[in-house]
Structures are given as structure tokens and as C-alpha cells.
Design a protein around this ligand. Structure first.
Ligand code: ZN
Ligand code: ZN
Length: 268
């Protein structure tokens, strides 16, 4: 059972390809299920980013409608998701905005630290001025707040702060432990996001230490390529399945109507 629960579309302004092209790529690869998870309009949450990184508010209804049209045309399940930034202090606005659509799943992601878009290649030079240990503390404190917010179903690219190969200098196992415990308490799912293999860090998100902690605590996982073009659909998923099987995972989470359904990780 291989699913791809993290597909973007040209609506976010930094991806290419139509939704039908993403779906066709998934069908060709024999994926069992896909989920579109384009970037939710930040303006609806009261935040205007410096770079164009999300759908525009007026595009959201068309996005939802297009996924629903695809659902009726394809022979495999196509889920309606979104990738939503966790913006501290904007929890009420986020809850209200998400409640307006019948999403199958919502991925909660952290892409901003005090307004700094730290996953954006154009902003990466700022890492050189910052202390990695402090960065990890700040980033994972936000992840724990995200978990406590009760707004989402899936934690997106859990350790994306490493994207440009930034790693802590000290032992950070206590950060891993505290963050995973908060994720478990919130009954959240963690995605294994293969985009990290395409990024400078050349490691999937999250890394093995976090994955092993998820396994230890019984945190469910799902899979996503974070495709920003139809060619990236399904990227690295077989490698991810092998990695997870090696760590002892036997199931994968899928979602329908924001309800989690566990499926066997490997074909029987
Ligand atoms: Zn993201
Ligand atoms: Zn994404």
C-alpha cells in the first residue's frame, strides 16, 4: 500500500502542472491513494508572507471543486487535503477557516520563525548568522505548540529546519523526546516526507532518530513526496517504505473526512 499524501499544484505559485497531470502520474505508478495538500491561503489567517508561497484566498473554492471533480473521475481514492502553516496566536482564525471546507486531512507545518521563511532558498543565507542549537529549540517549541493546538491531523516534514543541512551541535535527544511525546499526546500522525532527499540536506524528513522515537511511542506515519511538479509524484516512496519496514513499522495512515484509517504498509 503506497500512498502520496502531499501533492501541491500550480495554485500555490511555486509549483507546476495541473491536478489532472499529478493524478495521471500517480495512476501510472500504481499508487493506491493520493492526497492533494496545497498551501492554504495565509492571508485568510491574517498573515501576508514576503514571498508568494500559498494559494490566494480567491483560489481556494476552485481548488476544492477541482479535487472533487477528480474524485468522481478516477478509479482510486483522491483525498482533499491542505498544508496549513501553524501561526502562533492565529489558532482561532485557523480553526474557523479550516471548518469552512470538508477536508479529508489537514497537514500542519512550520515554515516561519518570527516571519522568517526558513525553508525558502532565497532566505537560506540567514542560517549563517544563527546558532543551530537555538534554532532547533525555537523550531521544535513551535512544533509542540502546533501539536497542542489540536488544529491538524498530520505534522508536515517534522524536522524541515535541517533542509539546508543545519544540524544541532549538542545532543538534542531531549528535544526529540519532548516533541514526539507532545505529538503522541495530541494523537497526531507524522508524515514521512521524501522532499528532504531532493533538498541540500539529502535526508528524508524526519530523520531516523525521530522516526525511531515515533516507533517507540506508537505514533502513526503517512507518506508524502511534497511534489511541486507531476514528475515528483511518488518520489522516493519505495525507498521510504523500505526504511519504515526496517524500523518495524507495519501500517500506514490514510484519512477520510479527517478520520484516520490504518492500512498495511506493504502489499500483502
Ligand atoms: Zn511544507
Ligand atoms: Zn508541501
Amino acid at each position: 500500500m503506497t500512498v502520496d499524501y502531499h501533492l501541491h499544484t500550480s495554485r500555490c505559485g511555486h509549483a507546476t502542472g495541473t491536478m489532472a497531470e499529478y493524478a495521471a502520474a500517480a495512476e501510472k505508478q500504481g499508487l493506491a491513494e493520493i492526497g492533494f495538500a496545497d498551501h492554504f491561503p495565509l492571508e485568510l489567517l491574517g498573515f501576508t508572507p514576503q514571498h508568494r508561497v500559498n494559494m490566494q484566498p480567491e483560489e481556494l473554492d476552485g481548488y476544492v471543486a477541482e479535487v472533487k471533480t477528480l474524485q468522481s473521475r478516477l478509479s482510486f481514492p483522491v483525498r482533499l487535503g491542505v498544508e496549513v502553516d501553524f501561526l502562533p496566536g492565529r489558532e482561532k482564525e485557523t480553526a474557523a477557516a479550516l471548518a469552512r471546507h470538508d477536508f479529508d486531512f489537514c497537514i500542519g507545518s512550520v515554515h516561519f520563525l518570527d516571519g522568517w521563511d526558513f525553508t525558502h532558498p532565497g532566505e537560506a543565507k540567514r542560517y549563517a548568522e544563527l546558532d543551530p542549537d537555538e534554532l532547533y529549540d525555537r523550531y521544535f517549541a513551535l512544533v509542540r505548540d502546533l501539536a497542542r493546538s489540536n488544529l491538524f491531523d498530520i505534522v508536515g516534514h517534522l524536522d524541515v529546519i535541517k533542509k539546508f543541512a543545519c544540524f544541532p551541535r549538542r545532543d538534542w535527544s531531549s528535544v526529540v523526546d519532548a516533541s514526539c511525546r507532545e505529538i503522541k499526546k495530541a494523537d497526531l500522525c507524522v508524515e514521512v516526507n521524501t522532499a528532504g532527499w531532493r533538498a541540500p540536506v539529502k535526508e528524508a524528513y524526519p530523520g531516523v532518530m525521530l522516526l525511531a522515537k515515533c516507533r517507540e511511542l506508537g505514533i502513526p506515519l503517512t507518506l508524502g513526496s511534497d511534489a511541486h511538479s507531476p514528475q515528483e509524484v511518488g518520489y522516493g516512496l519505495q525507498r521510504a517504505v523500505q526504511l519504515l519496514a526496517g524500523l518495524g513499522f507495519r501500517e500506514i495512515a490514510t484519512f477520510c473526512g479527517r478520520r484516520r484509517i490504518m492500512r498495511p504498509l506493504l502489499p500483502l
